[in-house]
Design a binder for this molecule. Structure first.
Ligand SMILES: Cc1cc2nc3c(=O)[nH]c(=O)nc-3n(C[C@H](O)[C@H](O)[C@H](O)COP(=O)(O)OP(=O)(O)OC[C@H]3O[C@@H](n4cnc5c(N)ncnc54)[C@H](O)[C@@H]3O)c2cc1C
Length: 482
């Protein structure tokens, strides 16, 4: 299990004080290797353990709807931790400053934290490690996101799925194993001896008010948007570990059979829809992969699902971890940047601003439907996500602007946004990352092209439009030239 951990500090010897686990991506108690490492460090040194979450004060990272989804899971998290003798402390503000101050105040002996491939997370960890090295307090980083830890799979940015697949499979059996449930700690936190911890406060509105900002009216939490005029009346399930577990069980037991043939049909919507829980770390991909692999579903369905969940997902983390410019055009391959440059001045059939895209006000009902699905459900079906991003390239003044618009909308409205999968998916669609060159066309150059006719051939695209954008847009779509 501890092959999933590596030191972030030069100093590696725990001091005599309590252990802190800084939970920043994996918000769960079961199937959490970071928490298990923290618990073992605490038990071995006969010290107590506390879990710390730091809610950032920036209003848009995470987005409002992600904040709500996360906070929905906190009471359950606190309850489960308390049953193990582990208090949960909620900090607000800059995580490095807040954590370093807490470490000093309670004389912490060691810190563990979740692996994060993204730039803000890497920067915070490096800064915390510098501060704590100066205090001789070790920090351990634990990959509870990938099945094979990101740094063990490969030591470089991989070219495409074909190159990372054998590297993952070489080590997969080593890591495809159950994790033990954490046992209660013998020595609980004693405020008289170890100092009082900032109490967890799960009242979102109060927390935000204290931080000095309110919910922007335009980016309401997903649940409130469900009553939209074109929406199916399916309530969006809540954030949290047991809600994720429930969705996981339902998918594996009832919906995985048929995944291979139905997953690319946005009307059947037959993929797992687990990305919001995976993104927030309410569900560990390892748990999901083991349940899927052990299920009675046909082998073809299991293979297809595990390819997405393991190879595609871990390729995304590899890309963001080894490519610091993962959200800019510089991340594209030489051929992709050259072809986009060559077609920079090509006339565009239509041009839209960020606001027009955001309001789903393009001439193409199919695109509008995808954008409305993002706004109302917090996700877009996987097939439509590719089409959605490619049309942003086609209808933006430059590839840089297209990248900016796609990332802004995905991060702002996606319940699973601000994720390595999102940055990689956008980079795949717009700057050819992990793809090869295709037939040359206006605007796209050699970047792979997609259009509405392709969608019509694959599934009932008019029904998709009707479902997400309403009858009028569906009529318009049906009347459009094939
Ligand atoms: C432009 C664009 C934007 C995207 N934005 C996001 C995003 O913000 N967050 C996000 O999690 N995914 C994103 N993806 C990847 C993919 O579309 C989603 O992970 C998938 O549609 C989520 O639905 P699901 O959980 O039902 O997937 P399933 O098919 O059930 O797959 C299970 C899990 O495997 C992983 N997975 C599946 N497909 C991919 C893929 N192509 N690349 C990497 N991982 C994958 C996801 O974690 C997913 O939840 C994006 C893709 C594109 C092209």
């Amino acid at each position: 299990m501890f092959d999933r951990a590596r030191p972030a500090t030069h100093c590696q010897n725990p001091g005599p004080g309590p252990v802190l686990h800084w939970m920043r991506r994996e918000f769960r108690v079961q199937w959490n290797p970071g928490l298990l490492l923290a618990r073992n460090l605490a038990r071995n040194s006969n010290q107590p353990l506390a879990v710390v979450i730091c809610l950032p004060s920036s209003p848009d990272r995470p987005s409002t709807r992600q904040r709500e989804f996360l906070v929905q899971g906190l009471p359950e998290l606190e309850h489960r931790l308390r049953a193990l003798g582990i208090p949960l402390a909620l900090l607000h503000g800059d995580p490095v400053r807040e954590l370093a101050s807490l470490v000093r105040t309670v004389r912490v002996g060691a810190v563990t934290t979740d692996f994060d491939s993204l730039r803000p997370g890497r920067t915070d960890l490096a800064a915390l490690a510098r501060e704590l090295d100066a205090l001789s307090v070790p920090v351990w980083e634990v990959d509870g996101r990938n099945i094979v830890p990101c740094w063990l799979t490969s030591d470089k940015k991989e070219y495409m799925a074909r190159t990372i697949r054998p590297k993952i499979h070489r080590r997969l059996q080593e890591f495809m194993d159950d994790l033990p449930a954490p046992a209660p700690l013998e020595r609980p936190w004693d405020p008289a001896q170890h100092g009082a911890l900032p109490e967890a406060d799960h009242n979102l509105t109060r927390t935000w008010a204290r931080q000095g900002f309110s919910i922007p009216a335009a980016i309401w939490p997903v649940a409130q948007d469900q009553a939209g005029p074109h929406e199916r009346a399916t309530p969006w399930p809540a954030g949290g570990e047991s809600a994720g577990e429930k969705r996981l069980r339902r998918f594996v037991q009832r919906e995985l059979p048929g995944y291979a043939t139905r997953r690319n049909d946005p009307v059947q919507d037959a993929s797992s829809r687990l990305s919001p829980w995976l993104h927030h770390g309410f569900v560990f991909a390892l748990h999901l992969a083991l349940e899927a692999a052990r299920s009675a579903a046909p082998q073809e369905d299991k293979d297809d699902f595990l390819e997405e969940l393991i190879v595609r997902r871990e390729l995304s983390d590899n890309f963001c971890f080894y490519e610091p410019e993962y959200d800019s055009l510089g991340a594209g391959a030489d051929w992709a940047r050259a072809t986009l440059d060559k077609h920079r001045q090509d006339p565009r059939y239509a041009l839209y601003t960020l606001e027009e895209f955001e309001a789903a006000q393009t001439h193409q009902p199919l695109w509008n439907a995808a954008q409305l699905q993002l706004r109302t459900q917090g996700v877009i079906h996987g097939y439509m996500r590719m089409y959605w991003a490619k049309k942003i390239l086609e209808w933006s003044p430059s590839p840089e602007e297209a990248l900016h618009i796609a990332i802004t909308l995905n991060d702002r409205w996606g319940l699973d946004g601000m994720d390595a999968n999102g940055y990689t998916g956008v980079a795949w669609s717009i700057c050819g990352v992990h793809d090869r060159g295709w037939k040359e066309r206006p605007v796209y150059g050699n970047i792979r092209y997609m259009n509405a006719n392709g969608a019509r051939r694959k599934f009932d695209a008019a029904e998709y439009v009707r479902r997400h954008a309403g009858v009028e847009q569906a009529r318009l779509f049906a009347a459009m030239k094939k």
